[in-house]
Design a protein around this ligand. Structure first.
Ligand SMILES: Cc1cc2nc3c(=O)[nH]c(=O)nc-3n(C[C@H](O)[C@H](O)[C@H](O)COP(=O)(O)OP(=O)(O)OC[C@H]3O[C@@H](n4cnc5c(N)ncnc54)[C@H](O)[C@@H]3O)c2cc1C
Length: 433
């Protein structure tokens, strides 16, 4: 029965980063066959695919200092657009109305003015995401982009979720900026991810692998099936028990709660209330060019299966054989699509976007994949349910971190920061360092 000072559950970036910064005995357990969690890359017939877009935004100086020099990374200026009204318009929609058809543009601007007037008159800031959109942008922008796009992404009505996740991910231009964006190209670079870092070869997994290569004690193909928080052991699918003093979890919180032996009913019930989207997506390897050099394109149209299509090889040519394109197609959560329909409609959308027409004969790879936990749903039960679980875990001295351990909408960089902060806290709290 192995015993370890700190046991880290999960070898995604949060788990790897915790181990990186923890200067004491620790081990990582992960059911996967390689480290990286969601930050890994599949290879098929010469094409490479991350688990949809995994573009690394390094803003934190500490992250840059610790991980920035591990691997030479390309700095890439984001090229993302929205395909709507049979044309491409720059992202984000709300500050780039310029290229929309005149009547649509005028309606969006007029409705944004109306929303501004209501705010000036003291309309209180709402709590639901749907009302937040109407409050800041007005009906036009809401119905042209925000509502249909987010309905496809989240699979729920905009009023079923709060706006707690929007702060970093939804740029909120003021009226002046909306109007400027309707008549000039001043706001083309808005948004949380105007540039990103990406390995020049091999996909995002090169980054995860570079971190993991400096660490020992990573136990792969090791599924955790039970956790006893008071007796402080973890049991794996092979029946092996690991004793620990301190536990750091990065598994999805909802699934983690189900593994806890003897958790109070209130905690289990709270865990059951945590909701997330799952994601069906396609890896697509195509002969020829796709997406006009863009890195990704948003598709708000209800009738199209994808809400976003991205092209790895437009950001990093080594991701596809020469003259070919490797793409990801993120399928809507609002409707379940058959593979055939999803593929045919996606090829039509790609042909409409250009530069080339794309047919079934151009498809060299088409693989449907699934992510169980994709986006945490910030519904109206979220805050209470999450805090019930966290109160219990802090009483058991368990740290739960990372996008899914913390149960938040967060990035790879956030996972790295969580690991660093958790390691520092552990050393301070438990080792007196
Ligand atoms: C569709 C999508 C697109 C994204 N795009 C971006 C992007 O462009 N840029 C960006 O910065 N971030 C992006 N992210 C977010 C990014 O993937 C995460 O923030 C980050 O990878 C989370 O790392 P983590 O270590 O917290 O979790 P994970 O990577 O999920 O790691 C958790 C680990 O736990 C393991 N595990 C789970 N259960 C068990 C068990 N019972 N036993 C053993 N092991 C288990 C898993 O195998 C996994 O390795 C995206 C996420 C998604 C879903």
């Amino acid at each position: 029965m192995p015993t370890v000072e700190t046991l880290i559950l999960g070898a995604g970036l949060a788990g790897l980063s915790t181990k990186w910064f923890l200067h004491s005995e620790s081990a990582i357990l992960d059911k996967g066959d390689r480290p990286g969690g969601l930050a890994i890359t599949y290879e098929e017939s010469g094409y490479r695919f991350d688990i949809t877009g995994h573009w690394l935004h390094m803003r934190d100086d500490g992250v840059k200092e610790s991980f920035g020099s591990l691997l030479d990374m390309n700095s890439v200026i984001r090229k993302s657009q929205i395909f709507t009204h049979e044309r491409l318009i720059p992202y984000p929609f709300q500050s780039n109305l310029q290229l929309l058809p005149e009547d649509v543009k005028i309606r969006c601007v007029m409705d944004a003015v109306e929303a501004h007037v209501r705010r000036e008159k003291g309309e209180p800031e709402p709590t639901s995401f749907g009302d937040f959109v109407l409050y800041h942008f007005g009906e036009g922008i809401a119905h042209e982009f925000m509502f249909p796009y987010n309905k496809k992404l989240w699979g729920v009505e905009p009023n079923e979720i709060s706006h707690d996740w929007t702060q970093r991910f939804v740029p909120v231009p003021n009226l002046r900026q909306i109007v400027e964006g309707a008549f000039t190209d001043k706001h083309l670079k808005d948004g949380y991810n105007a540039t990103f870092s990406y390995p020049p070869q091999g996909g995002i997994e090169r980054f995860s692998a570079a971190i993991a290569s400096k660490l020992d004690g990573i136990h792969l193909n090791t599924e955790v099936v039970r956790i006893h928080p008071t007796e402080r052991w973890v049991e794996t699918a092979s029946g092996e028990r690991w004793n620990y003093n301190f536990l750091v979890n990065t598994f999805p919180l909802k699934a983690f709660v189900q593994l806890l032996v003897n958790a109070p009913t209130s905690v289990r019930t709270a865990g059951d209330k945590l909701r997330s989207t799952s994601l069906d997506y396609l890896d697509l390897g195509l002969k020829g060019e796709a997406l006009r050099g863009l890195h990704w394109v948003y598709l708000p149209q209800k009738h199209l299966p994808a809400y976003r299509i991205g092209c790895f090889s437009n950001a990093c040519p080594g991701m596809a054989p020469e003259g070919c394109s490797s793409l990801y197609v993120e399928l809507s959560n609002a409707v379940k699509w058959s593979l055939d329909d999803a593929l045919n409609q996606t090829l039509d959308a790609l042909s409409a976007i250009g530069p080339d027409n794309v047919s079934r004969e151009d498809v060299e790879v088409c693989r449907r994949r699934h992510v169980d936990f994709a986006y945490v749903i910030y519904d109206h039960a979220y805050k209470k349910a999450r805090s019930t679980v966290f109160e219990y875990l802090s009483g058991q001295k368990i740290s739960s971190i990372g996008r899914y351990g913390k149960w938040v909408y967060a990035s790879m960089e956030d996972a790295l920061i969580d690991g660093r902060e958790t390691a520092a806290r552990l050393m301070e709290e438990f080792h007196g360092e």
